[in-house]
Design a protein around this ligand. Structure first.
Ligand code: ROI
Length: 178
């Protein structure tokens, strides 16, 4: 008989922050569903979720406003395995990367912003995400969950947020918009 291995359920878990974005097909619903689906991924649980934020598109302006948020996960999945799982969720939300062009409208975008203290630069994945320090729609929700987190080479999330005002952003109040 195999020896029974006992393991602390939380011991191998890494904290990761995921940026969520959508500007198609009911964006706030897409984000809310994605929160639940991420919490249901294997070896992963959701520790916190930010409020939703609405902003003008960064990039081409001929597309709808975006809804963005950030989730804090505890996961045992390796970064590239987590990335694959997030890609599958995007596909399940009808995302078609080939049609939209690089900066086009999308039903669901899930980006690994930070994965523990890992720094990575590969064709598939760069960690921390290279756009974090320049994007209001990442910094505002991330600052709710991790104001003192240091983005290597750039400073704390809170200080970055206080300096970043583009694109223009506001809290998205679900009830007021329905
Ligand atoms: N603009 C905003 N406001 N929010 C996004 O999530 C977003 N995502 C993108 C591009 C097209 C760069 N612009 C965005 O991928």
């Amino acid at each position: 008989m195999k020896p029974h291995r006992q393991r602390d359920a939380l011991s191998d878990r890494i904290t990761a922050y995921i940026g969520l974005g959508s500007n198609l097909d009911g964006p706030s619903g897409q984000i809310q569903h994605a929160f639940m689906e991420m919490g249901a991924l294997s070896h992963t649980s959701i520790l916190a979720r930010s409020h939703l934020y609405k902003s003008r598109p960064l990039g081409p302006q001929n597309q709808p406003d975006y809804i963005n948020a950030v989730a804090k996960l505890a996961t045992e999945l390796e970064p590239l395995v987590l990335l694959q799982a997030l890609r599958k969720l995007e596909e399940a939300h009808g995302r078609q990367r080939t049609d939209e062009g690089r900066w086009g409208a999308r039903s669901l975008d899930l980006d690994i912003l930070v994965y523990g203290d890992i720094c990575l630069d590969t064709p598939e994945l760069t960690l921390p995400h290279p756009g974090i320090h320049l994007r209001s729609f990442v910094l505002y929700p991330l600052a709710e969950l991790a104001p003192t987190l240091v983005i290597s080479g750039h400073g704390t999330v809170q200080a970055l947020r206080d300096r970043c005002h583009t694109p223009a952003i506001e809290r998205y109040e679900e009830a007021a918009n329905e």
